[in-house]
Write a protein that binds this ligand. Structure first.
Ligand code: GDP
Ligand code: CA
Length: 318
């Protein structure tokens, strides 16, 4: 069974750990958001690819939610002392990933090739594809408290400025000129199920769908009878962690299991709703025309993730 997953960061990493327990890992292709990618210290950083890699390799930090376990931040402390750019957290061990990726890119390799190199070195048997080898930065239109307009990279909005500005709009810059990563459209066309991981709809999943051809690839697969099922990243009316609650209203989405499903009009066949949002299930089913499964979606460990991924896969293929 071939399964394609659209993936953001941590929610996706946890979910995929469960999925590769129930599907042959080499038959799983994750198309990962690169809208958050940023260049710092001359290094190419791909936060969502890194999160998914670290989770699948079993070296992620479960408590912090990003980066690697057994991490230290001595290099960043020294960058700060040297008055360099220290607003973006980069661990000492994590830095090695960015060094190797940047070296491969400087040799002329594509981001897909660099990602394949890293997943291979980390012993990850599933296939991870960046959404595109071309840059498609997620950009935020916002206004400061004083009413000054800003147009900035998502990481500047979120990490550097601490999400303090009023967001007016979100843009996936260059999405329509970017090409999907090699293999992404073929994977969608050959999928027996397409799963949307419990990731932020605005800054993780919609950036992937903004890459030319990817939304159409999902739509075509769906028309051909492939189930397209997402797991709600909104649990009990709020994100488990992260900032979906800030960005969803800015693009006209209600912060709820309903609003997250409504982020993908015309794409889904089913939606997995957390049991805490059970009373919303009939509204999602009736208004959005989706098949619904209700379960505990909080992935506290791999057994929970396996259960959630099984519910999603069964809804997509059943
Ligand atoms: P980021 O790039 O690491 O911020 O992560 P994602 O794009 O994956 O999005 C974060 C979203 O994942 C948040 O809305 C969380 O609520 C959701 N999430 C994280 N862990 C879980 C989980 O165990 N279950 C569910 N249902 N959602 C989760
Ligand atoms: Ca992310």
């Amino acid at each position: 069974m071939n399964v394609v997953a659209l993936a953001g960061g941590v929610g996706a990493g946890k979910f995929l750990r469960g999925l590769v327990r129930i599907v042959e890992p080499r038959d799983v292709t994750a198309i990962v958001n690169t809208g958050d990618d940023i260049s710092l210290h001359g290094l190419h950083i791909s936060p969502d690819i890194d999160s998914v890699m670290y989770w699948l390799a079993g070296v992620a930090d479960r408590d912090r939610g990003w980066g690697r376990s057994d991490e230290s931040f001595r290099a960043l402390d020294e960058v700060r002392r040297l008055k360099g750019q220290s607003w973006f957290g980069l661990g000492d061990v994590d830095l090695a990933t960015h060094l190797v990726r940047t070296q491969l890119l400087s040799e002329g390799k594509t981001l897909s090739e660099a990602t394949a190199h890293l997943t291979d070195a980390l012993g990850i048997p599933a296939r991870l594809l960046p959404m595109s080898d071309d840059p498609v930065p997620t950009m935020v239109h916002a206004a400061t408290e004083e009413g000054q307009g800003l147009y900035m990279h998502f990481q500047v909005y979120w990490v550097q400025r601490g999400a303090r500005d009023q967001v007016k709009a979100v843009r996936y810059e260059g999405g329509q000129e970017a090409a999907p990563a090699p293999g992404a459209l073929e994977a969608l066309a050959g999928a027996d199920a397409i799963l949307i991981c419990p990731s932020n709809p605005v800054v993780s999943i919609r950036p992937i769908l903004a890459v030319r051809g990817i939304r159409e690839g999902v739509e075509d697969a769906r028309r051909g009878g492939t189930g397209v099922v997402g797991v709600s990243p909104i649990v009990g009316g709020a994100p488990l962690r992260g900032m979906a609650d800030r960005l969803m209203p800015a693009v006209g989405l209600e912060v709820s299991a309903y609003g997250a499903a409504a982020a993908y009009p015309g794409l889904l066949t089913g939606w997995v709703v957390d049991e805490r949002d059970r009373d919303m299930a009939s509204r999602i089913r009736d208004e959005l025309g989706l098949r619904i499964a209700v379960t505990d979606t909080v992935m506290t460990d791999d057994d929970a993730a396996e259960r959630v991924s099984r519910v999603a896969l069964e809804l997509a293929t059943g």
